[in-house]
Design a protein around this ligand. Sequence first.
Ligand SMILES: [Zn+2]
Length: 129
Amino acid sequence: MTAAELAQRAREAAVRAYAPYSGFRVGSVVVADDGTTYAGANVENAAYGSTICAESTAIAYAVSSGARRLTTVAVACIDAESVEDAYPCGQCRQRMTEFGVETVLVTAGSGEVRQHALAELLPHGFRLK
Ligand SMILES: [Zn+2]
């Protein structure tokens, strides 16, 4: 699946976001090492700290489905007026590190798909031996 196709799938996932408080709808698609894809969207909560990011929702879906090695994460926000770019937060970057993600695709507010190495976004992620 191409970067553009993954970005489109992430935008489609964002439609299913539960974001009644911020109105900031984000979708994500995770690709496992066998090519299987898992989509997620942000899930907000009245107790804001209980909110789950789209990327983490997709990662949890992949891992709870049996995937252990992930290669790519695409993320997109469909409410571009509320944010310039939808880059993953620090916690999501750390979760990506745990499962070996190498590539992160971010759809910018302009619609441009930017490709980054996870090591560029989180150069010293925490790892246990
Ligand atoms: Zn996050």
